[in-house]
Design a binder for this molecule. Structure first.
Ligand SMILES: *Cc1c(COP(=O)(O)O)cnc(C)c1O
Length: 464
């Protein structure tokens, strides 16, 4: 399709009425060079252009999007409606507080609900995303240890089944990262954890359920061990949709947790953001939070109150579902993932094959050995059936990994369709592997050099 700069419609500009003010010529010094062949498009053409462009983008409103660990679930439209109320949109963060009492009320109410949901005592909405929440939480840890004169706690322990942002955030917050390998059951290896703990431990960051979709077995023991060593326990709750209304990080012994409102609480992400990664903590850490008003606060991590309208949407989601609805959402997330895992397990290898939570990981190592068809080939082939591929080659502890998260908002029909496609792709891999290697065939671009496209994106229009 054409770029917007390439249109030369004869009807361009026809919707602008004749000028009724006297003509005026700019002085020469302000004039650019004459541009003969000025691009132009009619209003009809403009609408068609952007609609066509939008239709080339794959989104949740277009089809199944089982991108593991990303919770690409339906974003209720009522949340958008509420967040566009003028009382929420026509405000300024510097206006006097007594004029925005309702908005303060939204933040307080949402904070109370999130405290109840996580078992924490306070929440800050400042962080703009999950990784930003991690960073903020780690700064709380640092401030806590330093406030006690304990300057030697410079290490964060991160299991290898953690989300990739965990070690990155720890490094960014100035900690050394100790990576501990998982046990054969895919959970934290207690002996390895014990060996890693010591007087230099600032804390442990645990993604639970972990990226294999497994709920940590020894969760209470883990947090107790960290505390006994003088560290704090951090809960990566980005994927809280697996345990929402069922289990609480606070009850598991965690001191700090971040949530992704833009996953669990149904607010848009992946191009539709902005996000919000609130951080919750126990009472003894409250004074360190951004905006706590205490001298011990870690200070600002983002301007003003964070992404306020995202909080409005999340609050609507919580109030709409209520206690029972949140609990049901978690049960459906887990049910859908287990159903899909069981069906795919008929042909595909599921390495950690016990009950999963909101997601599961398949290994295509055997398929690749037998047919030459890789996880990438299967993922690309899904595109031709109108689906977004799952997360690929992550977690690193599974070779040829495909990580599926169907989410709670998909129907059995959609999940069955996806399973039918994937099972038939498995057969095609044996019968006609070349077909899968040539996929996708229905997209404008087939297979870009993924690493180069990500690291050296050329997004500029180059004429000619
Ligand atoms: C998505 C995710 C993150 C990071 O969240 P962002 O908003 O993308 O920064 C962290 N941890 C887990 C487990 C996640 O799924």
């Amino acid at each position: 399709m054409k770029l917007i700069f390439e249109y030369r419609d004869s009807a361009a500009g026809s919707y602008i009425s004749e000028s009724t003010v006297p003509e005026y010529s700019l002085p020469d010094e302000y004039r650019g060079e004459d541009y003969e062949d000025f691009p132009g498009v009619s209003e009809t053409g403009l609408c068609r252009h952007y609609s066509a462009l939008a239709s080339k983008t794959f989104g949740l409103n277009k089809g199944f999007y089982p991108l593991g660990s990303c919770t690409m679930k339906y974003n209720p439209k009522i949340s958008e409606d509420m967040a566009s109320l003028r009382g929420f949109t026509d405000i300024h963060p510097l206006q006097p507080e007594h004029t925005v009492k309702g908005c303060r009320g939204v933040l307080e109410l949402c904070e109370n609900y999130l405290c109840e949901i996580t078992g924490m005592d306070a929440v800050s909405f400042a962080p703009a995303a999950g990784a930003h929440g991690e960073f903020t939480g780690l700064m709380l840890m640092k401030a806590y240890h330093e406030s006690r004169g304990d300057y030697n706690r410079k290490k964060i322990i991160v299991p290898d089944s953690a989300h990739g942002t965990n070690p990155a955030s720890a490094a960014m917050a100035g900690f050394g990262v100790i990576n501990i390998p998982s046990g054969s059951d895919g959970c934290v290896d207690i002996e390895k954890l014990s060996a890693a703990l010591g007087p230099d431990t600032a804390g442990l960051m645990l993604t639970n359920p972990n990226t294999l979709g497994l709920f940590e077995r020894d969760i209470l023991r883990i947090t107790e061990m960290v505390h006994n060593a003088g560290g704090l326990s951090y809960y990566d709750g980005a994927n809280l949709n697996a345990v929402l209304g069922v289990a609480r990080p606070g009850d598991m012994g965690f001191d700090i947790v971040h949530l992704n409102l833009h996953k669990t609480f149904g607010t848009p992400h992946g191009g539709g953001g902005p996000g919000s990664g609130p951080v919750g903590c126990r009472g003894f850490l409250k004074e360190f939070l951004p905006g706590s008003g205490s001298k011990k606060s870690i200070g600002r991590v983002k301007a003003f109150y964070g992404n306020f309208l995202v909080v409005v949407k999340a609050l609507v989601y919580i109030m709409m579902l209520g206690r029972d609805g949140l609990h049901d959402a978690a049960y459906n997330a887990v049910l859908n993932a287990n159903y899909m895992m069981k069906r795919l397990g008929g042909k595909y290898t599921i390495p950690y094959n016990r009950g999963c939570m909101h997601e599961f990981v398949a290994s295509l190592a055997d398929l690749k050995k037998n047919t030459g068809v890789s996880a990438l080939d299967i993922a690309k082939s899904m595109i031709d059936s109108g689906m977004h591929p799952p997360t690929m080659y992550f977690p690193l502890i599974v070779s040829e990994a495909l990580m599926f998260e169907p989410t709670e908002t998909e129907t059995k029909e959609t999940i069955d369709f996806a399973c039918d496609v994937l099972l038939s792709l498995y057969d095609t891999a044996h019968e006609n592997p070349e077909k899968l290697k040539a996929s996708p065939t229905t997209t404008p671009v087939g297979r870009p050099d993924e690493a180069r496209a990500a690291r050296n994106p050329v997004l500029k229009y180059i004429e000619g």
